[in-house]
Design a protein around this ligand. Structure first.
Ligand SMILES: [Zn+2]
Length: 417
């Protein structure tokens, strides 16, 4: 943390996180926004919430998309309530874990490390087929939960120092995996240096993150919030890893949270580079992701989308329709605050996890209630904040749609489903 950050809790980015260039161009400004995970208690509604700028920059040199401001992680994660075991992603995790073990782990003593391992949900799935696992997670309370469950977890931020200590104590890792953590890490060089220190010569570093291409194809701008410091594409990551003797040898696209990329990297020259890598590099170039003009166009599309969505919900309200928010995910808060859709439009937002029920959405102060309220007294429309779980939700809420209820898709093309 530098002095600037200590004073205000926020640091303005002056250099690119990957290439250190100062040629950073702002293309999208979502204004001042509260932190997406800072749900409020009723007694705090009258207090002034902290707001931080949310601006997105393009690096002219390596083309990494990154936020213009970095909020002190202590403020974002100090009271973190996200437990991955509560999330409905288990089938995805099982296939994912089995594939990795089958493909990259050959001996029972091979070390499998997960960074940002949360409460050990994913590692507990890995443990079913491979025993030598280790988690690393900075949230001490959550790491303690994992350790209690028998998933050995180091309560710390992953980087060069922790990687060296881990290597000394446990040996080098055959697999280092990070599900949705790379984009949260401010110091990408410390991360890559850590991988370099901990990875075995034939080891593989695997990470999954929302793919920048999806923001262009489906206008999924709700991935933009203060916790997500970078918006990843293949080309900039190649430039980062190259400096640490690492190369990307395979990439897969998965329909998780919109389109995610799963990137496989190893030591240079150890594995043949698959056609998937060149394929995505060519796609990114064909989409002109190396040119600022493309990003200005994207920002314009998002602004048009905002107008369309606002017109739609205002019209429905004017006709006396009842609208609620379906889901209360962190990313929904970017959307609500940017669209300025609050408790005057949405009666409530639904949740199944007890940790958020009874709280209010940051900035927009929409009460979060159990989803049973939606089922007991169905509204006319459900504004679909958790749109990424669409298939599962449609299956669960068949009755609502059968009786004429409609979901409003708030990103991409505005549709009623
Ligand atoms: Zn750069």
């Amino acid at each position: 943390m530098n002095d600037n950050q200590k004073d205000s809790g926020v640091r303005t980015v002056g250099n690119c996180r990957i290439c250190r260039s100062t040629a950073l161009a702002e293309f999208f400004n979502l204004g001042e926004q509260p932190l997406a995970n800072s749900f409020l208690k009723a007694e705090d509604l009258e207090k002034q919430e902290p707001y931080y700028p949310l601006r997105v920059l393009f690096c002219e040199s390596c083309n990494l998309i990154q936020l213009g401001e970095v909020v002190n992680p202590e403020l974002m994660f100090g009271d973190y309530v996200y437990f991955s075991s509560g999330m409905p992603a288990s089938a995805h995790f099982r296939t994912y874990a089995e594939n990795i073990v089958k493909r990259f782990v050959s001996r029972s003593e091979d070390l499998f490390v997960e960074i940002g391992s949360n409460d050990g949900h994913f590692l507990s799935v890995v443990k079913e087929t491979h025993a030598n696992i280790l988690g690393i997670d900075p949230a001490k309370n959550i790491a303690a939960v994992a350790n209690k469950k028998g998933i050995k977890t180091i309560p710390d931020f992953f980087g060069a120092r922790v990687a060296a200590d881990t290597a000394a104590q446990y040996g080098l890792a055959k697999v280092i995996l990070g599900n949705n953590v790379v984009a949260h890490i401010d110091d990408h060089h410390d991360l890559a240096a850590g991988v370099d220190k901990l990875l075995a010569p034939d080891g593989v570093f695997i990470f999954e993150a929302p793919y920048l291409v999806d923001m262009f194809e489906n206008l999924t701008f709700d991935t933009i919030y203060h916790e997500h410091l970078s918006y990843l594409a293949v080309r900039p990551m190649i430039k980062l890893l190259d400096q640490y003797n690492l190369e990307i040898f395979d990439v897969e696209i998965h329909p998780i949270q919109g389109q995610s990329i799963r990137v496989f990297a190893g030591r240079k020259g150890v594995r043949p580079v698959q056609g998937s890598v060149t394929g995505l590099i060519n796609k990114e170039l064909a989409m002109k992701l190396d040119q600022i003009a493309s990003y200005f166009k994207l920002a314009e599309k998002i602004e048009n989308l905002k107008k369309e969505v606002k017109d739609l919900v205002n019209d429905l309200k004017a006709r006396g329709k009842r609208i609620i928010g379906y889901g209360a995910p962190a990313k929904g808060n970017t959307l609500l605050n940017y669209y300025r859709i609050g408790a005057d439009i949405l009666d409530y937002a639904t949740e199944e996890l007890p940790s958020k029920i009874g709280l209010y959405t940051p900035g927009t102060h929409i009460p979060v209630v159990h989803v049973s309220e939606f089922r007991d007294n169905p509204p006319d429309y459900a504004f679909f904040l958790a749109w990424n779980y669409r298939d599962a939700v449609f299956e669960k809420e068949m009755d609502f749609r059968r009786k004429g209820g409609k979901f409003i898709m708030p990103v991409g093309e505005v549709r009623m489903l």
